[in-house]
Design a protein around this ligand. Sequence first.
Ligand SMILES: Cc1cc2nc3c(=O)[nH]c(=O)nc-3n(C[C@H](O)[C@H](O)[C@H](O)COP(=O)(O)OP(=O)(O)OC[C@H]3O[C@@H](n4cnc5c(N)ncnc54)[C@H](O)[C@@H]3O)c2cc1C
Length: 395
Amino acid sequence: MFELSKEHEDFRRVVREFALAEVAPHVQEWDEQHRFPTELVPKMGDLGLFGLVVPEEFGGADADFTSLCVAIEELGRVDQSVGITLSAGVGLGINPILTFGSADQKALWLPDLVAGRALAAFGLTEPEAGSDAGATKTRARLDGDSWVVNGAKAFITNSGTDITSVVTVTARTGERPDGRPEISAIMVRAGTPGFTVEPAYHKLGWHASDTHGLSFADCRVPADHLLGERGRGFSQFLATLDDGRIAISALAVGLAQACLDASLEYAGSRQAFQRPIGVNQGISFPIADLATAVEAARLLTYKAAWLRDEQAVGRRGATEVKQAAAMAKLHSSTAAVDATRLATQVFGGAGFIEESVGIHNVARFYRDAKILEIGEGTSEVQRMVIARGLGLPVA
Ligand SMILES: Cc1cc2nc3c(=O)[nH]c(=O)nc-3n(C[C@H](O)[C@H](O)[C@H](O)COP(=O)(O)OP(=O)(O)OC[C@H]3O[C@@H](n4cnc5c(N)ncnc54)[C@H](O)[C@@H]3O)c2cc1C
């Protein structure tokens, strides 16, 4: 049996209050100005959000993965940019260091990341290697006691904020005996000569999330900045990706729930033909469908999170988690995109207007939803994973 405990629900309320007090009043401004709210990150750190799955010795709470999903869902219910800042900060920034870092690397980087004094990023995607991430062209050559990195990364979250301390990148470090590239993960400290953070992208959504292309020109980093084993960079990343997919699924649940909240409120209050629009089955039935889709998305997400927590104590296997994570992400992201289409329709003209305030600003969620079907593996990639898990011979 899996269910959220009283502690999870109490924690949900704490995060919800934080999101309403510290995020909701500023969301519109951050979104319009495409501004990453650096000042919010230490506040999230003070609440313990970045350290949820981190052991106490590094300042963390040693809580379960489910708690992190609860936090991401509740932040995402108010603002998706803040939700992805946490999701990527932990899943792509902290998690690889925690899982594969040496004792020295953990001691060096984790305390600041957990406190929200710093952010870390993970650069896997390249201009010519996204879904096919193993096609990475970035190279790192060992020269004396340094790695010399050359290449480029694309769309890297949290990589160019004022408090970004380190970006871990995958790079070819040689060739295997079978001719395939040897890919390793190398940590590059922000500000290292030869490491350039390109200007922020103009994105369709996630305006208050930090996303940059990165380039490396003879960028020299100490040899001990290798993360984990040489040649294991790609498989290490794949190992942490399932967590990321469950986290994105939780972010999608938050968005779909926000659309449901807004649609319910508006359908009950907006008058047309001298009665609330929710009187019409053409409005209320799709909202009933949306409530059902949100429930299903939440169940898939927390089932996957529960499996992940069971895996951590050896009661479930990685294969089961992988399948559950892909299914949760595929379903929840689709439900989220569908939810925004419905919510904007329920709101009529107001749904298309960016100035609509508070719960009525469903236009922002409409723009924010699409990336959920793309980041941390597209929906097609999730289908590939699921089909392979079913034993189908998918290429
Ligand atoms: C805002 C944002 C933030 C991001 N943050 C990060 C980050 O922090 N770190 C990071 O490393 N990456 C990040 N990404 C990159 C993201 O993970 C990739 O964009 C995503 O994996 C897809 O890769 P791609 O864009 O190269 O698309 P492509 O791989 O070029 O795919 C294009 C289309 O082809 C489809 N396709 C490809 N191969 C197949 C196939 N075999 N079968 C069927 N369909 C296929 C895809 O599903 C997609 O629809 C981010 C992206 C964005 C937009």
